[in-house]
Design a protein around this ligand. Sequence first.
Ligand code: SF4
Ligand code: SF4
Length: 390
Amino acid sequence: MVTNLPAIGTQFLLDAAALAPLIPSLERRGYQVAGPTIRGAAIVYDTLHSLDELPAGWTTEHEAGTYRLKKRADDAWFGFTVGPDSWKRYLHPPEARLFAARRDGQSFQIVEENAEAPRWALVGVRSCELAAIAIQDRVLLGEHYGDVIYEARRRGLFLVAVNCTVNSPTCFCVSMHSAPPAEAGFDLALTELVEGPRHRFLAEAGSRQGAEVLAELGPAEATATDRREAEEAIKKAMGGLQRSMRTAGLREMLYEHFEHPRWEDAAARCLCCGNCTMVCPTCFCTTVEDRSAVDGNGAERLRKWDSCFSENFSYIHGGSVRMSAKSRYRQWLTHKLAAWVDQFGSAGCVGCGRCITWCPAGIDLTKEVAALWEPAGPPRNGGHPAPGPR
Ligand code: SF4
Ligand code: SF4
């Protein structure tokens, strides 16, 4: 048993039962706790009051356009990979009120938004998801154009990371340098070890707050054997990834292949439904909607998630700039993997595979990128852009 505060970066061992006070400990500190749980036929992120609400004994099967829950042979709590939800909705909510106005005689008054940002403790954040939060930090905590809603929620955040010891066929985090083990950006990191009735966790504090919570769980220092077991479990999962992406020179290739025939091919399959952008943990685009009360006494302005796949998204006075599925798919993929680097210093993709699993047409960006790497062949129309919607 550790009597002083556990050292940051040192690995400790906990029996699964010893983690039971984790959520009460976080709640006592004023956090609302969210984590993975089963709703309907999927593992989503929702409010948790007890670790009993985790999807113990369940895993998920993924392929392009396919997702299924499946029973595991053991009672692992985190024996699955990412689902349709991402943590972005806790930090960059799908809908947020920017302001409201109330009629005051012949004039109106702006109603102040006094609601305090919730303080979330997120349990079960995978290393690709930590990387996604770091990307959104770069976008939304910018020095000149910071987003106040994101900033207030991000400031109060407590992150419990979980290192993946399973993978899905749609994961390609190794290619995007976001694979476990998580090295930074968390308060507490766990690695689950299940072997028959032995159910244990390696735990590591990444911050002072994390060390305080860990101290309350009564951890013992991990032995070299425990550490090796955890390392091997992660390594085995990452060694088995089935998808990858060639990233060296990707930005330049995408800019050069602006008129590659593969864009037409992808467009013929793409439904422009926007699912890929909704499930993506880094996509951040929004639109603004005004609503007024039917009695004329009030109005409010809302910010809502939007998608570059909608026609209205690129509406500029007189019409939309991107009228075709080709121009929208090309915009999304080229922004993610090329223009994002110019704007924010890294790609906007962490290799979580959500956009592959949740695309109803089964479009797989790793396959699209592989095809785009192939020489484009001689330019069509003598190099002039094809007529029609772009
Ligand atoms: S683009 Fe796809 S794989 Fe990359 S982070 Fe977004 S959802 Fe995940
Ligand atoms: S790529 Fe797939 S998920 Fe994205 S808009 Fe097209 S059909 Fe929808």
